[in-house]
Design a protein around this ligand. Structure first.
Ligand code: IDP
Length: 136
């Protein structure tokens, strides 16, 4: 199986609630190798560029405000079939629907689906585009 690279973001709610360590531990335990990692505060331009596919959607402003509300951790993950394996480990977009033991089930806000703790690239194309925004 091919070695893939993917982007993970630990979102502001999970950073504020001090879940960075536990999330990183779950990545390591699932053989998603961390090859680069940074903590940063997004600015408006970066956030819009990152979420460009959602511009114009009803939840876009809420999503942008949330992503600008605090520091995030961005990670470059590598491993066999890493894109799909990390999406599986994250769980469904809505923490209420995320399977038991997934990152979003454990650390997402079950009353606010925007605050679902983590992001993960959904395809090889998005992984390439998203990684280039954070890692040169
Ligand atoms: P994904 O993060 O599971 O790939 P996307 O549909 O790409 O899901 O949505 C990007 C992010 O936008 C989600 O992770 C979530 O934070 C937020 N989001 C998606 N749909 C909604 C919604 O209907 N209401 C509020 N926020 C949403």
């Amino acid at each position: 199986m091919a070695i893939e690279k993917t982007l993970s973001i630990i979102k502001p709610n999970a950073v504020k609630q001090k879940h960075v360590g536990e999330i990183i531990s779950m990545l390591e335990q699932n053989n998603l190798r961390i090859s680069q990692m940074r903590m940063l505060q997004l600015d408006n331009v970066q956030a819009k560029m990152f979420y460009q596919e959602h511009i114009g959607k009803s939840f876009f402003d809420e999503l942008l405000n949330f992503m600008l509300s605090g520091e995030i951790v961005v990670l470059k993950l590598e491993g066999e079939n890493a894109i799909a394996r990390y999406r599986e480990l994250m769980g469904a977009t809505n923490p209420c629907d995320a399977k038991e033991g997934s990152i979003r089930e454990k650390f997402g806000d079950k009353t606010d689906l925007t605050q679902n703790a983590v992001h993960g690239s959904d395809s090889k194309e998005s992984a390439k585009r998203e990684l280039a925004l954070f890692f040169k």
